[in-house]
Design a protein around this ligand. Structure first.
Ligand SMILES: Cc1cc2nc3c(=O)[nH]c(=O)nc-3n(C[C@H](O)[C@H](O)[C@H](O)COP(=O)(O)OP(=O)(O)OC[C@H]3O[C@@H](n4cnc5c(N)ncnc54)[C@H](O)[C@@H]3O)c2cc1C
Length: 152
């Protein structure tokens, strides 16, 4: 990282960004064409969980190429100034890579969905089997996780 003074080196701060953001951006490689999609997610023990309809562009890409890059951010705040060059942005962000794995079976899918529900709603739910059949649940074990913050 060029601005090493901004690197998040405390694993607890890195974990707190991942545990408290609501939305991640998932970067996919469609041949030589990048594709970025915002998604809700849940995190548990170093793995990110996503859910989706069974079809669509991102799912088609992921089935061909499971390699992804993920971005998360928290505490984003514009810091205005008199001069354009003095404007700044407060943030805490995390970038990680990993490989998407499609989860099989009702129990595994419900478990992944509950990681997402814990993140967005703070509690777990029961899922009817028919609802689980209509969706895919994806697990991404995070690799090469880096964090950066600008407190201005
Ligand atoms: C805050 C937020 C949270 C979301 N959470 C989830 C989630 O948890 N799970 C989930 O499956 N989806 C979520 N979505 C929707 C998601 O961003 C995609 O729109 C959706 O997953 C369909 O993606 P797809 O590749 O299958 O698109 P397709 O339906 O196949 O459409 C492909 C084309 O539509 C356009 N497109 C697709 N998505 C978007 C978009 N978000 N904005 C602008 N253009 C778009 C692009 O041009 C793309 O090439 C969320 C969106 C937002 C903004």
């Amino acid at each position: 990282m060029r601005r090493s003074d901004r690197a998040i080196t405390d694993p607890a701060e890195l974990a707190s960004v991942l545990a408290s953001a609501l939305v991640c951006r998932i970067g996919l490689c469609d041949g030589d064409q990048p594709y970025v999609v915002p998604m809700n997610y849940g995190i548990r023990e170093g793995s990110v969980f996503l859910h989706s309809a069974t079809e669509g562009r991102k799912i088609e890409i992921l089935r061909r190429n499971p390699k992804v890059c993920l971005e998360f951010e928290k505490d984003v705040e514009l810091v205005p100034a008199e001069a354009a060059c003095s404007f700044s942005m407060k943030y805490r962000s995390v970038i990680a890579s990993g490989k998407a794995v499609f989860l099989d079976g009702a129990e595994e899918k419900a478990d992944g969905l509950n990681a997402i529900m814990l993140q967005v709603a703070g509690k777990e739910f029961e899922f009817p089997p028919q609802a689980l059949e209509r969706i895919v649940v994806i697990r991404i074990d995070l690799e090469e996780c880096s964090g950066k913050h600008n407190r201005c």
